[in-house]
Design a protein around this ligand. Structure first.
Ligand SMILES: CC(=O)SCCNC(=O)CCNC(=O)[C@H](O)C(C)(C)COP(=O)(O)OP(=O)(O)OC[C@H]1O[C@@H](n2cnc3c(N)ncnc32)[C@H](O)[C@@H]1OP(=O)(O)O
Ligand SMILES: CC(C)C(=O)C(=O)O
Ligand SMILES: [Mg+2]
Length: 558
């Protein structure tokens, strides 16, 4: 980078549009969608798609609901020409889908293009020519009137060629390429020239397509340019106004949205933003942005992972894990406060509610994604997410203070391991912490018990193995099995809380008991847990677990 970029780069000038209307409008309906995956997307690949991949992607675009699809640049290559003819001849294009073919304004290429698509029920022929000063000077070496003449001449040629094929309903699309960098007066001249030469009107449809061929300004500038054109273009009622944003500044979607506010009715782009340089407008993001505002886009992304797979296989380009709506990680929260809010959002949600789960702009289910990966645990995670995973995957509902205790244990573990903890590892850590102390190899292993009636209410004979490996037979009484177990241990253990619930259902159901215990002289409380088919055993195990977790303080049996 240089120290003084102002000596090398110029800011793009704003549009003088004091009465601009677009900032106070809202988008109320979905635009007409055109997929240019098979053209602009295709021309941006290391290896253009072969016939098989192109046809597969075409079928997928149809399945998704696209009604206008740019199928190629037939005069550019034999492959493209043959594919377009194949689509027409084999009647692979549904009646409600219109194919579009692009060409430069050169007579031989135009003739070839018309040959490629004739016989289709309806077809859009897409003319483009660059009009911005640098292109006029450097690429064409032509003046504005000369370029205008080129447009007029070739549109008239197309009119003659297509009038000779009345079995097809022909539509002209004219794109003043480099529109965003051109003088608005020049853009208007070129578009009006095409409109007149085509004689646009009833039965002679035309699409005027305004591209940000290379993004050079903020989206509001593009919106001003579109509104300026929208207000001045001739025969506006017979024109479909379209935009074709690229993404050089990372604002392709914003440009499209603001252009819709400014009067555009149609958008061109590619699935997941494939396309030249930093890509075309990402149609999926725009469509789902609308969906999250309650506007159905008319495209079906209810199995977004399958769409991603087809796109990746056809383009040989991977989708970033954080790509909006589709990336592997976009419905995953690692950070504690997000996890906590998501867990609370799910808990508060009732069937039929408006979607309001914090940090999730869309219900993953609507896109065929599951809730499985929403919360993942690493050193950035907090108790909320950990509790959410244990409840969702193991049915274990931890009391709030136990969440705090176990959250700190997980945090320490994740910090040390510097890796993510999966749901299975989390459960292993939970079991190691709360269940292992009373199981074989633990420090206070449960061997068995017998209850008997006692004066105090409940008596228990308990057999355990202590931390030295000795088998101990203990006896205690209390107002219930928990108090009797504490008494049997001979410890000044105070039970501050007890919860039980059943895990699973029917014959396989198991009781899960949790106790919170305090030991005088030891700061704070500790939790213990027990899981068993028998509820009394689960409670006894929970008390033993809490006692064992106080270490030698707790287990020091007399
Ligand atoms: C912004 C976009 O995405 S536009 C679409 C771009 N896509 C592609 O180019 C992919 C397919 N293209 C191709 O296969 C080839 O470019 C072809 C077959 C169309 C033409 O190939 P060639 O005849 O070899 O020409 P080439 O590709 O070098 O194009 C440059 C020539 O076309 C002229 N040209 C460029 N755009 C246009 C246009 N829209 N209308 C008329 N002429 C044009 C240039 O001025 C240049 O002319 P020159 O040779 O007299 O200097
Ligand atoms: C052909 C045109 C519409 C184009 O792709 C562009 O300007 O980016
Ligand atoms: Mg383009």
């Amino acid at each position: 980078m240089i120290d003084h970029p102002e000596t090398k780069y110029r800011p793009f000038p704003p549009v003088h549009l004091p009465d601009r209307q677009w900032p106070s409008r809202t988008i109320a309906r979905a635009p007409v969608w055109l997929s240019t995956d098979l053209r602009d997307g295709n021309q941006a690949l290391f290896e253009p798609m072969n016939r098989e991949r192109k046809l597969r992607l075409f079928d997928e675009l149809v399945r998704l609901g696209f009604k206008e699809i740019e199928v190629g640049f037939p005069a550019a290559s034999r492959t493209d020409f043959d594919i377009v003819r194949h689509l027409v001849d084999q009647r692979r294009i549904p009646d409600d889908v219109t194919p579009m073919v692009i060409t430069q304004l050169r007579e031989d290429l135009i003739r070839e293009t018309v040959r490629s698509i004739r016989g289709a029920r309806r077809a859009i022929v897409h003319f483009y020519n660059a009009i911005a000063p640098a292109w006029r000077r450097v690429v064409f070496g032509m003046s504005v009137p000369e370029i205008r003449q080129m447009v007029d001449h070739h549109v008239r040629l197309l009119r003659t060629l297509t009038d000779a094929c009345p079995e097809t309903e022909w539509v002209l699309q004219y794109s003043p390429e480099t529109f965003c960098m051109a003088e608005l007066e020049v853009s208007l001249q070129m578009c009006n020239t095409a409109i007149r030469a085509w004689d646009a009107g009833p039965g002679r449809p035309i699409i005027i397509n305004l591209p940000t061929t290379v993004e050079v300004a903020t989206p509001n500038v593009f919106a001003d340019q579109v509104e300026w054109m929208n207000d001045r273009i001739e025969r506006r009622e017979h024109v479909v106004l379209s935009v074709h944003p690229h993404n050089d500044r990372g604002t392709g979607v914003a440009c499209a949205e603001q252009a819709l506010l400014a009067g555009a009715e149609r958008v061109e782009g590619c699935l997941f933003g494939n396309g030249e340089r930093s890509g075309n407008l990402d149609l999926v993001t725009l469509a789902l942005n609308l969906y999250t505002q309650g506007i159905h886009p008319g495209l079906d992304f209810s199995d977004i992972a399958a769409v991603a797979r087809v796109a990746e296989e056809c383009t040989a380009l991977p989708i970033h894990p954080r790509h909006p709506y589709v990336g592997d990680l976009v419905f995953t929260a690692f950070s504690g406060s997000h996890q906590d809010a998501i867990a609370k959002g799910f808990a508060a949600r009732r069937e039929g509610d408006v979607w309001e789960v914090p940090y999730l702009p869309i219900d993953p289910h609507d896109l065929g994604r599951t809730y499985d990966s929403i919360v993942r645990v690493n050193s950035q995670s907090g108790k909320g997410g950990i509790a959410f995973l244990l409840q969702r995957d193991r049915g274990v509902v931890m009391p709030r203070r136990m969440q705090v205790e176990f959250g700190a244990i997980v945090q320490k573990h994740a910090d040390a391991s510097e890796t993510e903890l999966g749901s299975d590892e989390l459960w292993a850590l939970f079991s190691h912490t709360y269940l292992a102390p009373t199981a074989e190899g633990g420090s206070l292993v449960y061997r068995g018990h017998r209850l008997f009636d006692a004066e105090a209410g409940q008596g228990i004979e308990l057999e355990v193995t202590d931390e030295t490996g000795r088998v101990r037979r203990l006896r205690g009484t209390g107002n219930g099995p928990i108090a009797a177990t504490v008494d049997a241990l001979g410890l000044p253990l105070r039970i501050d809380g007890y919860e039980e619930r059943s895990l699973g259902a029917g014959a396989d159901a198991r009781a899960f008991a949790i106790v919170e215990a305090a030991l005088p002289g030891v700061p704070g409380t500790r939790y213990g847990a027990g899981c068993h088919a028998n509820i009394v055993v689960a409670s006894v195990l929970a008390v033993l677990s809490a006692a064992a977790r106080f270490g030698s303080n707790g287990v020091g049996l007399a």
